[in-house]
Write a protein that binds this ligand. Structure first.
Ligand code: CO
Length: 299
């Protein structure tokens, strides 16, 4: 490990903490609003507006993932879906000047309390394990063992991740199972730990629905006006962070996005799902690795 001292009172860490505080509050207030009959779009708009009201910036669209869907669903502009007696994962992010916080929670109306508890307990086990010098594989092992103990499977092809400056997914990966490859964690790293537990096989696949995208390159060889306008908004407003189709102000966003995708100007995040009929729960906190363990910024 490098000898240079990391100052955890540095401005960037203060911004991570501030982002975390806002995020924790918005998570709790958003959970309060979720119940059968309430619309997805209303909840997403509420959460995203509330983040800005409290002085944060939205780091990525509110993910609302239902039942077998583990991640990456978010309402479209004309979305008519309402919550039912379902297992609902919400995942949200805030940044202050690019310094991020990321958190997720499951709201359950299916009565599968133990599946919700499995990912919660796994996250706590991971937080108890994590610290400087700890191998990421050990953190994964703590998650896997805990979820196993509840009789469920961790989703092994989704992982926790580092949070960089305006970078929502950077090294190190925090696996949701014991792995050999990995790294030793260091003081000052900011990581999101996010165990997913499921009664399915534990591997998610891409679905066809795609509402979340991210900028890949800063030049766009597209000529039509709609695509040019969309590109301009993405570069200026969303920069390197993920955005939703419904955030675009252009008239035919789907067409613009299709074209930008064709030219690999943007990348897409299709929904990730288990087999139909399965359920997935999720819990996530952001932590700063400290000298004696980890500080959770999103409690
Ligand atoms: Co995350």
């Amino acid at each position: 490990m490098a000898d240079e001292a990391v100052d955890l009172d540095d401005e960037r860490y203060e911004k991570h903490r501030e982002a975390g505080e806002i995020l924790a509050q918005v998570r709790e207030e958003t959970v309060e609003r979720i119940e059968p009959g309430v619309s997805h779009l209303e909840v997403a708009t509420y959460a995203e507006d509330r983040i800005r009201e409290l002085g944060g910036e939205v780091a990525f669209p509110l993910n609302i993932s239902i039942d077998e869907v583990a991640a990456h669903d978010t309402p479209s502009a004309d979305d008519e879906r309402v919550f039912g007696e379902e297992m609902i994962n919400i995942d949200l992010g805030v940044h202050i000047d690019g310094w991020l916080a990321d958190t997720a929670i499951t709201v359950d109306f299916t009565g599968n309390d133990d599946l919700v508890e499995a990912s919660e307990a796994a996250l706590e086990a991971a937080i108890d394990t994590i610290g400087p010098g700890v191998h990421t594989g050990e953190v994964g092992a703590a998650i896997e063992e805990t979820i196993d103990g509840y009789g469920y499977n961790p989703v092994v092809n989704l992982t926790g991740h580092g949070l960089g400056h305006y970078d929502q997914h950077c090294p190190p990966n925090i696996p949701n199972r014991a792995v050999e490859q990995g790294i030793e964690l260091e003081v000052g790293q900011v990581v999101a730990i996010e165990p997913f537990a499921t009664d399915g096989g534990g591997k998610v696949m891409e679905g066809s629905r795609t509402e979340i995208f991210v900028l890949e390159r800063e030049d766009a060889p597209v000529r039509d006006r709609t695509s040019r306008e969309a590109f301009k908004q993405i570069v200026e407003e969303f920069t390197t962070l993920p955005f939703a189709t419904r955030w675009l102000d252009v008239r035919r966003p789907e067409m613009a996005l299709r074209r930008l995708l064709q030219h690999e100007v943007i990348d897409s995040y299709p929904v990730l799902k288990e087999d139909e009929g399965c359920l997935v729960s999720q819990r996530e906190h952001t932590v700063i690795i400290t000298d004696d363990g980890a500080e959770v910024t999103t409690r």
